[in-house]
Design a protein around this ligand. Structure first.
Ligand code: ADP
Length: 406
């Protein structure tokens, strides 16, 4: 069974083509800066012998429909090579899975896309104005291009459907929740779900018997508390702005800061939104959002970068401490995504703050840079500390297959 996964963002489209029988990746790629003159298109094809062939092009792609047409053309093309596993993949494709950021309270599981589902995703736009319109553009374009194929929407929020009201409600007047759906929803759900599943596999224990904290530390960052396979709290809120410090997002903030920015500094509403989403976090603190750059600055003695790293790790450790209480103990702390998987310094600095909870790292293991899932805790640690590779797309592919089988 072949499944194409589409992650359609506001100015980018990422895709992956999987053969689900062996869970092999056949092709992948991304179009970046859609709508600008210098759209960058990256296409990768993985051959049976384990090699990867990459093509990179720079030419304008006007909109999502044009971008997806190019992707379909790439998937249909063949260089005549017998090693190519993607050629003719559009003919043998079984389904398309789309990442959709906000499913609100309506979508608690992956949904086979029809007019009703499209309308439902549209109704969520006020809750995710930056994401859902772009997700919808991808869905609508693929429905026009491949009307014969079943398509599935997989929601970032669905994994958090199990949050209890004491975790998802804000202490605001009831009406704001009941009439206007103001509550915490959580995001990165597919990544947390995938990380939890991998941790259980690695530990060779049933997920249903584990207390886990998963830390998705990429450009965006979030934490989730998972007990017996059920998510009971997470750090992101009504939007992906709440919680941990991120590349460009501030995370937790006193709401009165907004009033101060508006009233005292005269900032307009849209400017505040841009400031908090795109110019804050690590970028706001030290000028760069890529963690590798932050480390470079810190190693050159830049005090702002050092403070930014300190704040970043401190915030994570506060959430881990709180979630240990939420979970009533902890079996494993799980790091995933770009920073979680690669940045041994951040892992060490987070865990140094957690020794009071019996969380102890093994320095050598932490720096081993092993591939796949690996254990970085010391023999004396009361809690396992694991690093697991993020793979949201593969999780979306699993969920797409299970939705169409249902
Ligand atoms: P997203 O998918 O959210 O865009 P990623 O999961 O790719 O993000 O993570 C991006 C972050 O991971 C960046 O801050 C980047 O600096 C960081 N990162 C990637 N590789 C490394 C590395 N080897 N060491 C430290 N940080 C890294």
């Amino acid at each position: 069974m072949r499944v194409l996964i589409i992650n359609s963002g506001s100015s980018s489209i990422k895709f992956r083509l999987y053969d689900m029988e062996q869970e092999t990746l056949l092709a992948s790629g991304a179009l970046e800066r859609i709508g600008e003159v210098n759209t960058r298109s990256i296409y990768r094809e993985y051959t049976a012998s384990g090699n990867m062939q990459e093509q990179i092009a720079h030419s304008p792609v006007t909109d999502h429909t044009a971008g997806l047409k190019q992707i379909v053309a790439f998937l249909q093309s063949s260089d005549g090579s017998t090693h190519s596993r993607k050629s003719d993949s559009m003919k043998s494709l079984h389904a398309i899975g789309h990442r959709v950021v906000h499913g609100g309270e309506t979508f608690q599981a992956p949904a086979l896309i029809d007019e009703g589902v499209i309308e439902g995703i549209r109704e969520m736009i006020p809750l995710a104005p930056l994401h859902n319109p772009a997700n919808l553009a991808g869905i609508e374009a693929m429905r026009r291009l491949c009307p014969q194929l079943p398509q599935v929407a997989v929601f970032d929020t669905a994994f958090f459907r199990t949050l209890p009201p004491h975790a998802y409600r804000y202490a605001l007047p009831n009406e704001l929740y009941h009439r206007h759906h103001v509550r915490r929803y959580g995001f990165h759900g597919t990544s947390h779900q995938h990380a939890a599943g991998q941790a259980a596999d690695y530990l060779q224990q049933p997920l249903k018997k584990l207390r886990l904290i998963t830390l998705h530390l990429g450009n965006g960052a979030s934490a989730a508390a998972i007990r017996d396979g059920i998510c009971i709290d997470t750090s992101m809120g009504m939007t992906p702005l709440e919680g941990l410090i991120m590349g460009t997002r501030c995370g937790d903030l006193d709401p009165s800061v907004h009033f101060y920015l508006a009233r005292t500094l005269g900032m307009e509403f849209d400017k505040i939104e841009t400031l908090l989403n795109h110019d804050s976090g690590m970028k706001g603190l030290c000028g760069v959002n890529d963690m590798r750059e932050v480390h470079r600055l810190a190693s050159e003695g830049n005090e702002q970068a050092r403070l930014a790293i300190d704040m970043y790790c401190y915030r994570i450790s506060k959430y881990v401490g709180a979630y240990c209480v939420t979970l009533g103990g902890l079996d494993a702390l799980v790091f995933t995504a770009g920073i979680g998987e690669n940045d041994s310094f951040i892992r060490q600095s987070v865990c140094n703050r957690l020794s009071v909870l019996g969380i102890l790292l093994d320095h050598k293991r932490n720096q081993s840079g092993a591939s796949g899932a690996f254990d970085i805790s010391s023999e004396r640690s009361k809690v396992k500390v694991l690093v697991v590779p993020a793979n949201e797309e593969l999780e979306i592919a699993y969920q797409t297959v299970s939705a169409i089988n249902r």
